[in-house]
Ligand binder design. Structure first.
Ligand SMILES: [Zn+2]
Length: 44
């Protein structure tokens, strides 16, 4: 299963989630600080 990588712009926490099969962009919440200022990173 592909993973998408995200980085929180508030606390710089990085984390990954399973990629959405439908490719829709959803609002992300940082699991560490609960900020929604999260940027999707390019897959590695
Ligand atoms: Zn955060």
């Amino acid at each position: 299963m592909a993973k998408d990588h995200f980085k929180c712009l508030r606390c710089s926490n990085t984390y990954e989630l399973e990629a959405d099969p439908d490719g829709k962009l959803k609002e992300r919440i940082c699991p560490k600080c609960k900020s929604n200022s999260v940027r999707k990173l390019k897959a590695q």
